[in-house]
Write a protein that binds this ligand. Structure first.
Ligand SMILES: Nc1nc2c(ncn2[C@@H]2O[C@H](COP(=O)(O)OP(=O)(O)OP(=O)(O)O)[C@@H](O)[C@H]2O)c(=O)[nH]1
Ligand SMILES: [Mg+2]
Length: 443
């Protein structure tokens, strides 16, 4: 997500920071590089010009080159400009759904509406672990034969009630669903609507009619990030004819260069609330502009990583791992647990993408895959050791190594490799401790 921009921006700032002094020529080259990066990311030309004008106003011809730390000053200007684009003045980090409310979900065919409804339901439940809100799922998509069944199946998956209207006509069904929602006193109605291939008048009229029946507090527009700049045109069409309050940018996991998502806030003057990052129900994230800007500038996003870790790994487990590190008696048993926790949080590459400067690191996708395979092997090896061997790897003589290797289905050299890596990782842990990374991520 935004990997392309992250690569370009963080490399640029790194180069600047590495220079002893910065000339006017360096600044011009910087502005040019930014301009090219934005254009290559599929950001509309006039928006790129706006962005660049903002940067130029602050840096070109200013006295930045004579200041104490010109590279930092330029980084700050770029940061502020990115924030102006991605966050806007009214950006807030604390979005919660007000109850009771109706959420009407709209968008073109295949944009991800139905999937996103299940994702939002799961998201809200997770946000209220104490008292689960009463969420109702329903659909007025009568165009595709299996559309309503699709939502019914997803509702089962997220364990949410689903209401199937008896009326077969869109507006009547909308009214019926709304009546049911009110009568049963649900907290939230997530209402799925039909998509079309294009923004056409019939679709927009239908949405207005539905709106008049269900009185939505939230109108979510689902936009497919893969459609690039076209999604901005779609959003304008919806805005003019029906209006919407929030956007959900789906398929951000696809290898788009992110131009549409990047431009959206500035072009439409509305927030992107959520982003879809995969096909599964868990693949929904709140869009935090500030964190995204940090990532684009190569500063990583340890806050999000910590949240992910907290979600997937129990606090007590984290605490135990942390204590083992701190005490210095880190054993193979801890090593195994740590690898388990890591795989629960995500793949190596996804975890690394949250770290500062990760995009410029020397780790190629092949290297990461190799690491992933190695981790699986390590787990198998440790699993075929006795507890004593895990706590005191020193006792592993050749006979024991042979037994362990046979048990894990690997060669003895692989067992040696693990022991070597284990020693290295102890060194690595010391390094992380020194930089206080554990305090940010695992504490
Ligand atoms: N990779 C990825 N796929 C997604 C995401 N969101 C939805 N999809 C996929 O996109 C396809 C269409 O999703 P739906 O939820 O059926 O889209 P829809 O807008 O309801 O489609 P219609 O009802 O036909 O208009 C499905 O295969 C989803 O799995 C996402 O964030 N990432
Ligand atoms: Mg659908």
């Amino acid at each position: 997500m935004f990997d392309f921009l992250t690569n370009q921006f963080s490399a640029l700032l790194n180069t600047l920071q590495g220079k002893k002094s910065i000339s006017e020529r360096d600044i011009e080259a910087t502005v040019e590089t930014i301009e090219n990066a934005l254009l290559q990311a599929d950001i509309p030309y006039h928006l790129v010009q706006d962005f660049i004008a903002g940067i130029k106003k602050e840096v070109v011809g200013s006295r930045i080159v004579h200041t104490l730390k010109p590279a930092e000053q330029i980084a700050k200007v770029v940061h502020d400009q990115l924030m102006r684009f991605l966050a806007g003045p009214d950006s807030t980090d604390s979005f919660t759904f007000v109850f009771p409310s109706v959420v009407m979900v709209m968008g073109l065919q295949g944009s991800g509406k139905t999937t996103s409804i299940a994702k939002i339901a799961r998201f809200i439940e997770k946000a209220h672990p104490q008292k689960k809100p009463k969420i109702l799922l329903a659909s007025v998509d009568f165009y595709r034969p299996a559309a309503i069944d699709q939502l019914a199946i997803l509702a089962k998956q997220v364990a949410c009630p689903f209401y199937r209207a008896t009326a077969q006509e869109v507006v009547l069904a909308a009214q019926e669903i709304y009546n049911y929602f009110q009568a049963q006193q649900y907290d939230l109605l997530l209402l799925d609507t039909a998509g079309r291939l294009h923004v056409d008048n019939a679709l927009l009229k239908e949405l207005r009619d539905i709106e008049a029946r269900v009185h939505p507090r939230y109108k979510f527009l689902v936009l497919d990030a893969m459609t690039g700049q076209e999604s901005l045109t779609v959003a304008r069409g919806f805005e003019q004819a029906v209006g919407f309050t929030h956007a959900l940018m789906s398929k951000m996991d696809s290898d788009t260069r992110g131009g549409a998502a990047f431009s959206f806030r500035y072009a439409l003057q509305k927030p992107i609330q959520f982003i879809g990052t995969g096909e599964k129900i868990e693949h929904l994230e709140v869009f935090y502009p500030e964190r995204m800007v940090g990532r684009i500038l190569g500063k990583g996003d340890l806050v999000s990583l910590a949240e992910k870790a907290n979600e997937k790994v129990k606090q007590s487990e984290q605490e135990a791992a942390y204590q083992a590190f701190m005490k210095g008696n880190f054993t193979l048993q801890d090593f195994l647990k740590q690898m388990d926790m890591m795989s629960r949080i995500g793949s190596l590459s996804s975890i690394l993408s949250y770290f500062p400067g990760a995009q410029n690191s020397m780790l190629s996708p092949e290297k990461l895959e190799q690491g992933e395979r190695e981790m699986k092997k390590f787990k198998a090896i440790i699993n075929s050791m006795t507890v004593k061997e895990r706590l005191q790897p020193g006792i592993l003589d050749n006979a024991r190594k042979k037994r362990v290797a046979a048990g894990a289905g690997v060669a003895v050299s692989e067992v040696n490799n693990l022991l070597q890596r284990f020693e290295q990782s102890k060194q690595y842990v010391k390094l992380l401790k020194k930089f206080g990374l554990f305090n940010n991520v695992f504490k």
